[in-house]
Design a protein around this ligand. Structure first.
Ligand code: TYD
Length: 230
């Protein structure tokens, strides 16, 4: 199968199966591409060596002031996008990413009450880079499903699970052309089929746009010379 490079992010509350779905999609795409296209799996926080240190600072320290926490996630994101994701996309790779700025908007902006500025900070941090597709894995909050080995951030956020679910759904509703909401309360193979369906639709649209651009405009617009410019 021939497909262009693209970037898919997985979002959703803790315990919805993002990592499993990233891995299933990566396995599918690697086999479909037959080595012709690199498939990179990455995550936030912690997708780079610096990010691993920032992740440890966020997760396992004592109390972190909410604004400091938001800036640590943004710092991880800025470095991750600049040093890993942008270069990979520029080389035509496929990037599959566990969490991105919607997590900051929902967790820091919503649950921690920091509001809209959190999104602006992330957009500044990444120079406005947005994925081709964000898959929101959606599930009724159920703490029993979540791992028992919870870190500080997870313990604090479980209490607000329902609010966060609404937050992710609201993000998806704002830009339906760039999001797919997938019911994650099903066997992982069924979820994977829906994820793949959404990805293939976005990829086909991107391939068509790239083919159009390569073919050039059907009719050259007349060249208009600027008048009166020095
Ligand atoms: P997560 O992907 O759940 O890692 P793990 O699977 O190892 O638990 O992310 C870790 C936590 O970080 C998760 O509770 C969500 C939180 N988080 C934010 O609060 N803001 C962010 O911007 C990101 C990327 C994650």
């Amino acid at each position: 199968m021939v497909f262009p490079g693209f970037w898919v992010v997985f979002e959703g509350a803790d315990g919805v199966g993002k990592t499993t779905q990233v891995d299933l999609l990566a396995a599918y795409l690697r086999s479909a591409a037959g080595g012709a296209r690199e498939v990179i799996v990455t995550r936030e926080p912690g997708g780079t060596p610096l990010g691993v240190e920032l992740r440890q600072a966020i997760m396992h320290g004592d109390h972190v002031a909410p604004r400091a926490e938001a800036l640590l996630y943004a710092a991880d994101r800025a470095h991750h996008i600049a040093t890993k994701v942008r270069p990979a996309l520029a080389q035509g790779a496929v990037v599959l990413q566990d969490r991105y700025l919607d997590s900051s908007v929902v967790y820091q902006g919503g649950a921690r009450g920091l509001g809209d500025e959190v999104e602006r900070i992330s957009m500044w941090a990444t120079e406005d880079l947005l994925p081709d597709l964000t898959v929101v894995l959606d599930m009724e909050p159920d703490p029993a499903r979540m791992s028992r080995d919870l870190d500080r951030v997870e313990r604090e956020t479980i209490a607000k699970a329902a609010q966060m679910r609404e937050g992710f759904l609201a993000r998806a509703a704002l830009a339906p052309e760039r999001y797919a909401v997938v019911d994650a309360a099903r066997p992982r193979e069924a979820v994977h089929v829906d994820v793949l369906d959404a990805v293939l639709r976005i990829v086909a649209a991107k391939a068509a746009r790239e083919a159009d651009a390569a073919a050039g405009p059907a009719h050259e617009a007349p060249r208009i010379e600027p008048w009166g410019t020095p």
